[in-house]
Ligand binder design. Structure first.
Ligand code: DLL
Length: 423
């Protein structure tokens, strides 16, 4: 579709979604009434800006089903985010929602290079998390042969990957590395001994340095996939084989980037908070959902020929941003500096603490297997110097022995915040 055709389709779907949300969801109606906006006021895509925002807190306050636009009896499935504090966020799908999600995940997988008949090893967690089932049904829709292994039992994952000749691996990027590491410990070189060619990784921020590391150790092309349960799950946006940003599927979602402080829309290319409006969701239509994810978008045509805009790597979440002596840093920026450093393994954790009234940041990195303990201080020194010159902050670097930093089976825990213990 040309961008004009895409825009026309977006507008007609937006108008239908807004009318439906106003009609069926008391929260949307109340917010729009308070803002003095009627569904009929949405006459162009630019009028999207008239609509009030929604946020994760709205879902929590209307726990569990208060934001659904369909009665429970018309739903086919529920998912929920674990949520570190308070109640989980619950999301619902009609049968048609699940059908569209499967198509969008199939489309994403195809863009990533997966094909009908491929054996697809799905190591995203199955359950309330959207990763496992989202990838599963998308892969089936594509015509792939799904191995529904879920996360965990990493040694067994390695044998199954090799024995079943999987061509495609789906997992979080951090778990992909844990699988690679387990393989190496068991004398298996996945780059040589497996049939892997495509990896579809997401659910957490990761850097290009991490991508290079994963590609080398697993012998595949690592593709970034993005999504969030409040909007659908995985497959809201996905890279194509050009690996030049994630195509946001604009026939089903409208994307905006806003200033995280003021909420004002930002011009194309500027970094800000991604805001998403669903255009075809039935059970849980979302108007201008504040994702908290920081990124930039471009509508420049991709080499692959797709006209969908591209979301340039999500660098991190607004709430994950650390302010270290006045400098804003995201864990993934630190990752980009650390991964690939001589003598280290690509595992790290950031420890935030407080001394007096000042926040402190310590970076824990892991020595590569076989590196002698007396080399640790020199490694720490090199890492600290790189961090200082790239990010402009000095921080303490601690080098841990191989295997000491916890491995993830799903989303990695990158930040240990010790400040909470004071509260
Ligand atoms: O993580 C859905 C998903 C599953 C996406 C599998 C991709 C693959 P939630 O658990 O609701 O949903 O978490 C959503 O994870 O707002 C981002 O902060 C982060 N996130 C997801 N994908 C990426 C990515 C799933 N590719 C939250 N890069 C989002 C960076 C990501 N962050």
């Amino acid at each position: 579709m040309s961008r004009d055709e895409l825009a026309a389709l977006q507008l007609s779907r937006l108008r239908a979604t807004v009318a439906d949300a106003y009609e069926r969801v008391p929260l949307h109606r109340a917010r729009m009434d308070a803002a003095g906006v009627r569904p009929a006021d949405v006459r162009s895509l630019a009028d999207l800006h008239l609509l009030p925002f929604t946020a994760k807190a709205d879902l929590r306050e209307h726990y569990p089903f208060g934001m659904f636009a369909r009665p429970l009896g018309e739903l086919a499935r529920l998912h929920a985010s674990s949520g570190t504090t308070g109640k989980p966020t619950v999301v619902g799908y009609t049968g048609d929602d699940l059908d569209r999600w499967s198509w969008l995940m199939a489309r994403s997988l195809h863009a990533a290079g997966a094909r009908r008949g491929d054996v697809l090893h799905n190591a995203y967690g199955y359950g309330l998390f959207t990763g496992g089932l989202g990838a599963h049904y998308g892969a089936e829709r594509l015509g792939a042969v799904v191995v529904p292994v879920s996360g965990g039992s990493t040694a067994r994952q390695v044998s199954l990957l090799v024995d079943f000749r999987a061509r495609v691996l789906c997992s979080t990027p951090s778990y992909a590395l844990a699988i690679a590491e387990m393989a190496e410990q068991n004398g298996v070189d996945l780059a040589k001994d497996s049939a892997l060619e495509v990896g579809m990784f997401g659910a957490e921020p990761w850097s290009d340095a991490m991508r290079a590391e994963i590609e080398a150790r697993l012998g595949l092309r690592a593709i970034d996939v993005y999504g969030l349960s409040e909007i659908m799950g995985p497959g809201v946006a996905c890279e194509c084989e050009a690996q030049a940003g994630l195509h946001g599927w604009e026939d089903h979602f409208a994307f905006e980037v806003v200033d995280p402080e003021t909420g004002a829309p930002l011009p194309e290319g500027e970094a800000g908070e991604l805001v998403i409006t669903t255009l075809t969701k039935q059970a849980l239509p979302m108007l201008r959902y504040r994702t908290r994810d920081i990124t930039r978008v471009t509508t420049a045509r991709c080499d692959c020929g797709r006209t969908h805009l591209r979301i340039l790597r999500v660098t991190g979440r607004n709430d994950d941003m650390l302010i270290v002596r006045g400098v804003n840093v995201y864990p993934s920026q630190i990752e980009a500096v650390l991964v690939g450093l001589d003598g280290t393994a690509p595992h790290y954790q950031l420890v935030v603490d407080r001394q007096g009234r000042l926040d402190t940041l310590a970076v824990e990195i892991e020595a590569a297997p076989g590196v002698a303990n007396d080399a640790f201080p020199a490694i720490a020194g090199r890492a600290a110097q790189r961090l200082k010159s790239t990010l402009g902050v000095s921080c303490e670097v601690r080098v841990r022995s191989p295997g000491e930093i916890p491995r993830s089976e799903g989303k990695a825990v990158r930040v240990r915040d010790l400040r909470r213990k004071e509260a």
